[in-house]
Write a protein of this length. Sequence first.
Length: 165
Amino acid sequence: MSSPDALPDLDTGIPTPGLDATDRRILNRLQRGLPLVPDPWGALGQELGLDPEHIRKRLAHWLDDGTLTRFGPMFDIEPLGGAFTLAALSVPEDRFDVIADHLARLPEVAHNYRREHHWNMWFVLACESQAHLERTLAAIETATQLPVLNLPKEETYHVGLFLPL
């Protein structure tokens, strides 16, 4: 049975090396979230006409090989008492990989990435409280000996981002 907002197997013309049509169907559908039912993988398998275990194995493979860096829910942690921020560092090139590895090991860092800019290393921090966030920013400054540019959220916008494959 197909859901009313099931997605077709899109052919965007964008090269997706290593991804076949089934991979693209799964990834396109997963961008819309898992069904909120007792057996979401079973419902997803039925919707896509695939074995649920096959879907889970492909997902595990994409996480293992780096095709995907993360799969999971996104929570608005502020109503739960948490805090998050976007932050940046201006990292000398000869220290970039070491600092990127350091940030990647911190449980508070959701992700970090390079930008072509004076502030060339950007990262998102998610912490259990505002005090924890401030301690983490200070600890990063101490560990890296670099000032952190803290860019806290001023307003929330909900964008239904979908990147067809």
